[in-house]
Each structure stands twice: as structure tokens, then as C-alpha cells.
Design a protein around this ligand. Structure first.
Ligand code: FPP
Length: 246
């Protein structure tokens, strides 16, 4: 039986989130510059998006650029921004052909103008697609998102009185970037690091975590299948006990 057949189609994670890590180390191992790793990371993105869409995963969120990534050398940041544009350009037709809808989370206002414009154009072009929703986290950090939510709640409270009793999880989630997106069922981090790195901190309260040593440029749909098979062997109790789940 091949890997794909081992996946139970009735128990797919609706939302898979990925911390794509290890591009720099992959390049270094090959005696190349870090950007060579990022460029090869795009191949992994392509294969993973295709694989997830084909399986019927509903949401795939990729951590493509964190708020903290601005602190990398300018040369690398510039190269990453250029890579984003070239990738959006080269992949738009495939997204359309595969019925993929592009969305973003993060402070996209803080991205360079040309990146913002490209992204908005593709978000608009793919807005009616009904297949996989590909969510790119760009200039994103979970702490930024949470602080931003608090700021927006306070701003709104100046316009209309907010009853403090009304503030609960659902209310707060309405102010997060992910407000119309279900929490991830499965979070994958590549490259053998065991960290969350400021990604979706609120949303992963009950997410299943999966870590693999594979460096992101080597990640392919088979690695996604392995993660999903592993996920399907777990019992998600959400604070309850096993007997209550039947
Ligand atoms: C982490 O590896 C990777 C990034 C910060 C960038 C991810 C970008 C891509 C995969 C390419 C573009 C993506 C899209 C969606 C078009 P790292 O550089 O931290 O690796 P290291 O830990 O080995 O140094």
C-alpha cells in the first residue's frame, strides 16, 4: 500500500499549518548561499500545496516571513521579497488551474509596495476559487496579532460601548487575522527544531504538533502524508477523557 492510501479521507486535518524551516542549513550543506535554500524552498511549497489540495485539506497556512525576519541581513530580506514576487508571478496560473484561493495573515501593510500590490492582485483573482485555501503568513507574528486585536477592540470601544461581559474567546477571535479560518488541526515544523517561533500562538491551543528532521527544501507531499498519518493515530481529547469521545 502506498503512503497516500494509508490516509483516512474521513479524518483529514481541515487545517494544516507549517513552519517551513531549514532553508539556510540546506544551502550551507550544499556549499551554497542561504538564498539558494529559499529558492529551493519554493519547490517544496509547490509540491506541498498540490499534495494538500489533492487530498482535500481545506486550509494550508505557511509561515513565509515573520515580523522578526526583518532583522536578517538586508541582502537576504531583499532576496526573499524578490522571491515572493517571482513565485507569485510564476504560480498564479497553477493556483487558478487548481482552484486554490490565496489569503494572507500578518501586517501586510508593512510589506514593500510591489509585494503588496502583487499579493492583492492574486488574492482578488483567486477570490472565487473553492478548493484549498492557501494562507501565507507574511510579516506575521502571533504577539503582534494579539496586541493588534487588543488595540482594535479598544478603538471600537470608543465608537460603541463594549460590555466587558461580552468579551470571550469567540469575541476575541473575531479580532484576530484568522477570524474566518478554523484553528489548525496539525502544525508541522521542519528541520528538527522544537519551537513555535511566534506562530499562531492563540490558534494552536489544541493543535497536534508534528516535528520532522527534513529540511524544508527537501519536504515533499510524501512528508505531508507521513505527518497526516501520524496525526490520524492520535486521540484528540480537547481536555476531555477518552470515554467521552465515543
Ligand atoms: C526558514 O528557513 C525559511 C524562511 C524564513 C523563509 C521561507 C520562504 C520560502 C520557503 C520561500 C518563499 C515562500 C513562498 C510561500 C513563496 P531558515 O532561513 O530560517 O533556515 P535555517 O534555520 O536553516 O537558517
Amino acid at each position: 500500500m502506498d503512503l497516500k492510501e494509508k490516509i483516512d479521507k474521513n479524518n483529514l486535518p481541515a487545517h494544516v499549518a507549517i513552519i517551513m524551516d531549514g532553508n539556510g542549513r540546506w544551502a550551507k550543506k550544499k556549499g551554497n548561499q542561504r538564498i539558494f535554500g529559499h529558492k529551493n524552498g519554493v519547490k517544496a511549497v509547490r509540491d506541498t500545496v498540490e499534495g494538500a489540495g489533492e487530498l482535500g485539506v481545506q486550509y494550508l497556512t505557511l509561515y513565509a516571513f515573520s515580523t522578526e525576519n526583518w532583522n536578517r541581513p538586508k541582502k537576504e530580506v531583499d532576496a526573499l521579497m524578490t522571491l515572493l514576487i517571482t513565485t507569485i508571478n510564476s504560480e498564479t496560473d497553477t493556483l487558478l488551474k487548481n482552484n486554490v484561493r490565496l489569503l494572507t495573515i500578518g501586517d501586510t501593510e508593512g510589506l514593500p509596495k510591489n509585494v503588496k500590490e502583487k499579493l492583492n492582485a492574486v488574492i482578488e483573482k483567486t477570490a472565487n476559487n473553492t478548493g484549498l485555501k492557501l494562507v501565507l503568513a507574511l510579516n506575521y507574528s502571533a504577539r503582534w496579532e494579539i496586541v493588534n486585536a487588543v488595540k482594535n477592540i479598544l478603538t471600537d470601544s470608543k465608537k460603541t460601548d463594549i460590555n466587558i461581559e461580552k468579551i470571550n474567546n469567540e469575541y476575541f477571535e473575531g479580532y484576530l487575522n484568522t477570524k474566518d479560518i478554523p484553528d489548525p488541526d496539525l502544525l508541522i515544523r521542519t528541520s528538527g527544531e522544537f519551537r513555535i517561533s511566534n506562530f499562531l500562538i492563540w490558534q494552536i491551543a489544541y493543535t497536534e504538533l508534528y516535528f520532522t528532521d527534513v529540511l524544508w527544501p527537501d519536504f515533499r507531499r510524501e512528508d505531508l502524508y507521513n505527518a497526516i498519518i501520524n496525526y490520524q493515530q492520535r486521540e484528540r481529547r480537547f481536555g476531555k477523557i477518552s470515554e467521552q469521545l465515543i
